[in-house]
Design a protein around this ligand. Structure first.
Ligand code: GLU
Length: 564
């Protein structure tokens, strides 16, 4: 067979050679050791937490080494594509501070455009490039067309794959496949010409030269050296519409775009022999690979389960609604990526995560276990370190999108909102009260009349007694007092009503008193906040102001009186 002639028959319109194409994609000039990585999502939905984990590795490896990170949109499956998904994932990644140096980007009108000279970065726009390499492989006898008549195609489309799979005798099927492969491989030029004349569609298959009984060695950056069977499958390179399969596009694109490190999910590991085969046929240098394990979570019984898209926390797009600052999620991801990150962060609390020396060697081979409790811990620390201004800005933005009523509370008096979120902030040991803006709302909502109600009550106390203590408190209360003066008055009220003002003394002889100053504080606390736990009361009263503080305490007095 004259393969050159066959190549010309199949791809008469392809005039360029691989050398022509290579000229448009010159090797990058980068510093020694610089890594070129890419994130290559299909625009079929959202950014999965596992994808975020991968792109963080891409980002760190590239930017830590003075290299390049680019974004490629793998839109080869038009049926699964969701309009707007590419734009949405670009925005999500930007929110998580993933900055691409090149690749697909969104312009001001919401169109996906190319940035940088190694594009196009949407695979659907690269058809002509794949065909150049396809033609070359055909001309070398390393790929061949498999034609189907239109009737056959239709039949294949209508075949019920599921029932076929269930009833299949696998051994017989594999024999049949082998026979079919041999038959397909032996297509003659004349047969191909006939099909072309009839306009029959064809797929292009690789002509595998591997031996499935033999192993090929390969080193994954995290999993170490692995042995996989050589590829002996004549897999498809180009589908009948000229769209490449993942395998072919991966080889051509990552070669031309100069990728040095491919970070991808371990579901691609079994395909690796195909890729090794392709890179060899095409004379491309193979990149290094890091296959990440699936993200797992613990179910109610403590069993490890795959974090599926229906699970809370699986979609990066959900974290905004859940009220987690992007910084918290990034910190959390860093702790998952490198187990020594937390220690480093504790020692360098003021340095950005980008200063941390991320290392592949410190990655766990078993992948990552997603855990909301851990995320909450991390997030509490992140929020505790924010300034009141940052907190106000973020919680207000969250409320605007998710909670209009709370938003209007926050907006009513920005000064008051800032005072509220200044509580316990700054200083050496900032309070770690909340992990997300939803919890923050629960924590502070008592300040706002819309939400204020008596949620808890002092236990075992007589209503009249409480009311009479609070009446004395109101009489002595002077908003001009400082914190010390305020507390001295509370103690004086306590003593006057037979409550011990000194906790130590009280603990020694509780029977001598009605209670302690702690009980008096609790009356005031529940009156002001509706709860038994709250921030410092003096501060709470300052923020509420005299009028509102007195109104609440009077309301509480009435309530307990009527209940007694
Ligand atoms: N589009 C592929 C996927 O989403 C990319 C895999 C890769 O990074 O090579 O799984």
């Amino acid at each position: 067979m004259d393969f050159e002639k066959l190549a010309e028959l199949l791809y008469p319109h392809v005039k360029e050679t691989p050398e022509d194409v290579e000229k448009r994609y010159p090797p990058r000039t980068l510093p020694e050791g610089a890594k070129v990585t890419r994130f290559a999502p299909s625009p079929t939905g959202f950014v999965h937490f596992g994808g975020m984990y991968q792109v963080m590795i891409d980002e760190r490896l590239a930017h830590q080494s003075g290299g390049v990170l680019f974004l490629r949109i793998e839109d080869t499956d038009a049926k699964r594509e969701i309009p707007g998904a590419a734009q949405s994932l670009i925005r999500t990644l930007a929110r998580y501070h993933v900055e691409f140096d090149e690749g697909a980007a969104e312009d001001a009108d919401g169109n996906i455009v190319d940035r940088g000279p190694y594009g196009p970065f949407k695979q659907s726009e690269r058809k002509h490039i794949y065909q150049v390499y396809a033609k070359k492989l055909v001309s070398e006898g390393r790929a061949y067309p498999v034609f189907s008549t239109k009737e056959e195609l239709e039949e294949a489309l209508n075949a019920d794959k599921k029932t076929e799979n269930k009833t299949k005798d696998w051994e017989a099927a594999s024999e049949e496949a082998k026979r079919e492969t041999l038959e397909n491989r032996s297509i003659t030029y004349e047969q191909a010409e006939e099909h072309m004349k009839n306009g029959d569609p064809f797929v292009l298959r690789i002509l595998a030269d591997g031996d499935g009984e033999k192993k090929v060695k390969f080193t994954d950056l995290v999993k170490g050296t692995l042995e996989l069977p050589e590829n002996d499958e004549d897999f498809v390179l180009l589908k009948s519409d000229g769209i490449p399969t993942y395998h072919f596009a991966h080889a051509v694109d990552d070669h031309l775009m100069g990728t040095t490190h491919v970070i991808r999910g371990e579901e691609w590991l079994p395909s690796l022999p195909k890729h090794i085969q392709l890179f060899r046929y095409l004379g491309f240098r193979q990149p290094k690979y890091l296959h990440t394990a699936q993200v797992l979570r613990l179910d109610e019984d403590g069993n490890k389960k795959k974090l599926s898209k229906r699970d809370r926390g699986a979609k990066m797009e959900d974290y905004d609604g859940l009220g987690y600052p992007p910084e918290s999620v990034i910190e959390y991801l860093m702790t998952l990526l490198n187990s020594n990150y937390e220690e480093w962060h504790a020692q360098n609390p003021d340095r950005p995560y980008t200063d941390f020396p991320f290392s592949i060697k410190k990655m766990s081979t078993s992948g990552c276990l997603f855990d909301f409790d851990k995320l909450n811990d991390v997030s509490k620390n992140v929020i505790a370190r924010m300034s009141a201004e940052q907190v106000c800005e973020q919680i207000t933005a969250w409320a605007e999108d998710n909670d209009p009523e709370f938003f209007s509370c926050l907006k009513r008096s920005p000064e008051q909102t800032k005072e509220i979120f200044s509580i316990g902030r700054g200083g050496k040991k900032p309070r770690k009260d909340f992990a997300n803006w939803r919890d923050a709302k629960t924590f502070v909502q008592f300040f706002y009349p819309e939400y204020f109600r008596f949620e808890e009550m002092p236990e075992g106390k007589d209503g009249k007694e409480i009311a009479s203590v609070l009446a004395s408190f109101l009489e002595s209360y002077d908003p001009a007092d400082d914190a010390n003066g305020w507390f001295e008055k509370v103690k004086a009220v306590a003593s006057a009503h037979g409550y011990c003002a000194n906790m130590k003394e009280y603990k020694e002889h509780p029977e001598d008193w009605k209670g302690s100053v702690g009980d008096v504080s609790e009356y005031i606390r529940v009156g002001l906040t509706g709860r038994k736990n709250s921030p410092d009361l003096y501060t709470v009263m300052k923020i509420l102001g005299r009028e509102e503080s007195e109104r609440r305490i009077r309301l509480f007095m009435e309530t307990v009186r009527s209940e007694s």
